[in-house]
Structures are given as structure tokens and as C-alpha cells.
Design a protein around this ligand. Sequence first.
Ligand SMILES: *Cc1c(COP(=O)(O)O)cnc(C)c1O
Length: 464
Amino acid sequence: MTAPSNIYPTAALKALDAAHHLHPFSDMKTLNEEGSRIITSAEGVWLTDSDGNRIMDGMAGLWCVQVGHGRAEIADAVHRQMCELSYYNTFFKTSHPPAVALSEKLAQLAPAHVNKVFYCSSGSEANDTVFRMVRTYWDQMGQPDKKVIISRWNGYHGSTLAGTSLGGMKAMHGQGDLPVPGVHHIDQPYWFGEGGEMSPDAFGVQAARELERAIDALGEDNVAAFIAEPIQGAGGVIIPPGSYWPEIRRILSERDILFVADEVICGFGRLGRWFGSDHFGLDPDLMAIAKGLTSGYLPMGGVLVSDKVAAGLFEKGGEFFHGYTYSGHPACAAAALTNLEIMEREGLVDRVADDIGPYLQARWRALADHPLVGEARMTGLMGALELVPDKADRTRAFADTGTVGTICRDLSFQNGLVMRAVRDSMIISPPLVLSHDEADYLVATAKKTLDETYAVLKKDGWLD
Ligand SMILES: *Cc1c(COP(=O)(O)O)cnc(C)c1O
């Protein structure tokens, strides 16, 4: 049997979904009362649901569909690969052409000092790999006390035990009794929400010095690594003040700990360079990748490893007891290779830097004039709108955090645009192929949605 698409009417699909399907990050009780929206096909930046509505995918799926939906070229490459060699492992001294070719390609795209890759199937697994790799590195270097990993509150590094632990989502920590020992969280560089009376740059320096204080308090000899997203995605597109990353670089250059850039969202062109680390000049020792690597056509992740870490881990000999059945999966590697080929051929990364990026940013930032918007920010093609009850006072937030965001998100969906709500901010991260006309549609629909949200809030007494 082939996979069913919309062979059932929408109501039947919703009922079966409610009966049998447990969704990620969902309140299944309320979801099942409302019913899921069923997406049946997609092309470019447009989704179609089971009722035939067309909706713009303002989130590129989940931050991943860089080249847009429906690329037959990727499907064809995967089909060819599956006919040739659908699966073989990369354990036990074996490899295969797609894994070899993709590794060479990634080494070419990565910063000059990063030339190796370890494969897995997701961003979460990439960070599980990071977790074990940085500790094993220091063991190999004869410094077994260096074990603590420093990360940030409201960071997101996945949903497995290590991913959740490294992440700074308190609601996630509360389920499963996490984090595991040996992870230390510091504050995030979220000026709009936490900067108080400080200027963005003064706040950025202060937030960066949290890292310095943490390393010194824990003892440099006990710290293995610092992990961070160049721009926090799931935390609400937290774009750090300009002073933040230079100060972090200064602190790291004076201390002997590893730096891990979680590039799962910022990698593969999202910020107008191949990696967020290139955009901010981060010089990472390890880079977690996933999402845009395959544009989501098949699941694949990896850890890009610098020459220094690879040498420390492997030069003395001995096995790194780690790997996944699907590490380097040939069909996924074929999807990744074709995806990267499309990105290069169509110049999608430069397009974000020089064309659609600046075009959308200017229009998005103009939404800051709306009475509901406290800040409209965007770097590359990832942006956020902070919804506030009082434009004049950044420190005032809506009661019942998340309720206003959800109202706005639902209206946006009805209006034909997927925006995601994080707390009471609205997030977008569209495919990198977004055209100018589509960008105009995106901003016009966001504006209409803000107007309607404002009217609802006014009517229901949320605003003075
Ligand atoms: C999505 C995400 C992850 C987790 O990736 P999965 O493929 O969902 O496991 C890790 N880090 C960041 C920054 C992410 O955005």
C-alpha cells in the first residue's frame, strides 16, 4: 500500500489522527478537541491542506526547508540512490560513495579549520554526540576533570536526554528530571525581554561576561565546553546585541575550553552565509548540523569537527564508542548532496545576504510601527515580532504568557500564513527561495493578522 494522502475526508483524517497519533510538543487533550490541520501537499513556499486551502509556509517547515517544497530533483536523487544502494552501515571499516562525497562537500563548505564530520539522523542526536565527544576529547587529552558543559537558559539543543539537558527550557527540564549532572546554564543575551534599562551593547557585554564568571566559578579545569546557537531559534529568534559575540570570543580565546556552535538552524544559508559561525566570526571547535542540511527531505544530522578536536580524539588511537545505525545513511546523504547542489547552483546563500534578506528585513522591521509590536527584528531570513500591551514600555508583558501569541498564530493560519508563536512573539523563518512577491504577501498577511489580533484584544479587554 502506498502512503494515503487525502483519500479520507478531512473529518475522518482528524478523527483517526486524534485516535492514534501522539504529536510532538502538543497538549493532546486540547489538540484532539480541535483536531489537527492536515497538510496534504506543498510546492515552493506554499502548503495545501486537506480542505484545499493554500497557506504560505513562513517557517520553512520547522526551520529546515531551505530550497522550498516539492523539488523532484531531490526525490529523483534519493530514488536513484535507493535503487543502487538503499542502505549500508558505516561501522566496521565500511563506507559508501554518498557518505564520502557528502563529507568532502561539508569539509569544503565549513570553516577552513573544520574538515571532518560525524553523522547522525537529527539535531538532537548531533548534540548527544557533542555531549559525549567533548568529554571524551578531554579524557584523551589527559584532563579527565574537564567535564562541565556550559549552555544558556532558553537555548534549544533538541529533545533527547542530552539535548534537553544542554537546552535551557525549564518546562522541558521539568519532565524526566533533567538536566543530567554536569550542565551549567547561564543567562541568554535577550535584550528586549531582559535588558532592563541597559543599552543593547552594554547588556550584550554583561550577558557575555556571564560565561566568564561561570568558567571562573566552576574552575577552568572543570569545564569541557560552551555550547550556543549563533541566534537562538526556538527560544524566540533571540538576536544578540552586536557586542555579545565579540566579547564571548575574547573570553574563549583566554580560556582553554571547547566552543560548540549549534548550527542546526543558522547553518545552510539561514543568515546569508553557509554557517551562522561565518556570519558572526565564531571560530567553533564543533558544529552541530541538521535541518537545512537536507532541507528536511530526509532526516539527517551531523557534527562537524575541527582539526584540533579530531586530532585530540583520534591521534593516539582507541575507539570512540559511539554511532547510530543510520550514521551517514546513503539515501539521506544523496538528499543532502542534491540539496546543497541546488543551493549552490541557485546562489541561495548569497541571495539571503544580498537580495531577499535585505528586502524582507526592511519590510518586516517596518511592522514595528504597529501598535501591538514592541520590536520587529530579523537577521538573514529569521525574524521575530514582540507583541506588547504598551509600546512605550518594553518591560510590560501580556498576562497569561502565550495566550496572545496563540490568538495571533491562529489568525495568521486562517489568513494563509504560518507564523509560529513563542511566548507572545511571532516568529518567521521562510524558505530561502522566497520571491519578492511572496515576501510582500508575507508582510501584508502579517500586518492584516496584527490588525485582527489588535481588534480581538481590544474587544476582549486586553488593552487599555
Ligand atoms: C531543531 C533543533 C535541534 C534539534 O534537532 P532535531 O532534528 O529536532 O532533533 C537542535 N538544535 C537546534 C538549534 C534546533 O533548532
